[in-house]
Design a protein around this ligand. Structure first.
Ligand code: NDP
Length: 301
């Protein structure tokens, strides 16, 4: 019997007696790299697990998660479009999941479903691994959706000098600034919000940014959130441009390259957030046994 029914992409833990079963839930889910990433961590740490996929119908997240845990599943990762459903489904939230307003990692803790969010920690670790100095930096964050919200807390904790959030709808960027203003103050960070159009105004931008993070979904449809003028204003050869979308050189990354900036896609963030989830599930003492940068290099080769 096949452990995963490819017709509906549902991983049934009861088909793996004696093995701890995990899965990633999303829609679509066929192309998720999470199974191969977690399987590699398990090999590195000599852990016997099975990690599969679950394609839930829209509106069907809770039913899928309930039956997964009822069948003995140990933990779930959650991706687009279910991170808010996962937050509602969780009985207890970690402080960072609460702050992020979204959950990407679920597991049972003290008999309750616990929801965590490892996306922001994953981004910060990938940036630091690439030698980016976040402390004291001027950062521009593009986007105000779930991914942007998830990374603001971990970025503020690194004490940048400034965090500007720019979004197509400036009202949503303003909401995020209000939500995080207390944390920004605690860490001495100047936080502002703008519309993407404002980035075309050189006087308002003052000077290019050291770090520009694209947390919009524009790259998925081969678009950039930046006009040519905005790209000219915000990038310089000393900028680092990070696109959360992975697997291609996006238009945003091309604009940065044209200005002489360094660029990265978001594959490292994906691997690092997975590493965090793996250690939450399997034990923090395995942190020396897994090598996320090696797994990243293997994925890129
Ligand atoms: P949401 O749907 O919650 O938010 C989408 C954001 O993108 C909004 O700010 C929206 O602006 C903006 N946007 C969408 N299209 C355009 C466009 N054409 N031009 C300008 N802005 C646009 O999505 P998420 O925040 O969950 O995800 C954002 C991206 O991050 C996705 O591509 C996702 O794949 C990626 N991601 C990568 C991760 C990784 O590990 N590498 C982890 C998490 C996410 P508006 O508010 O005005 O509509």
């Amino acid at each position: 019997m096949s452990p995963t029914n490819s017709a509906d992409m549902y991983t049934d833990p009861s088909l793996f007696p004696g093995v701890d079963v995990y899965a990633v839930v999303g829609n679509p889910i066929g192309h998720s790299k999470s199974p191969v990433i977690h399987q590699r961590f398990a090999e590195q740490a000599k852990q016997k697990i099975y990690y599969g996929r679950i394609r839930a119908e829209l509106g069907g997240f809770t039913a899928a998660a309930k039956s997964f845990f009822a069948a003995g599943g140990k933990g779930l990762n959650v991706t687009v479009p279910f991170k808010l459903d996962a937050q509602e489904y969780a009985e207890v939230l970690t402080p960072r999941a609460q702050l992020a307003g979204a959950v990407n990692t679920l597991y049972i803790h003290n008999g309750k479903i616990l929801g965590d969010n490892t996306d922001g920690a994953g981004l910060v670790r990938d940036l630091l691994a690439q030698g980016i100095h976040i402390q004291g930096a001027r950062i521009l964050l593009l986007g105000a959706g779930g991914a942007a919200r998830g990374v603001i807390g971990p970025l503020l904790e690194q004490c940048p000098k400034q965090l500007m959030i720019a979004n197509r709808s400036s009202a949503k960027a303003g909401d995020l600034v209000r939500l995080f203003e207390g944390l920004a103050k605690t860490h001495g960070v100047e936080m502002t919000s703008h519309s993407l159009i404002t980035l075309e105004d050189q006087e308002k931008i003052r000077s290019p940014f050291e770090l520009v993070i694209n947390a919009t979904a524009a790259g998925l449809s081969d678009e950039s959130p930046l006009s040519a003028q905005a790209a000219h204003n915000i990038f310089s050869p000393s900028s680092f441009a990070y696109d959360m979308v992975y697997g291609k050189t996006t238009t945003f990354m091309q604009q940065a390259l044209q200005r002489g900036a360094r660029v990265s896609d978001g594959l490292g963030m994906l691997v690092e957030q997975a590493a965090d989830a793996f250690l939450i599930w399997r034990g923090a003492e395995l942190s020396q046994a897994i090598d996320p940068r090696l797994v990243l290099a293997e994925l890129r080769s």
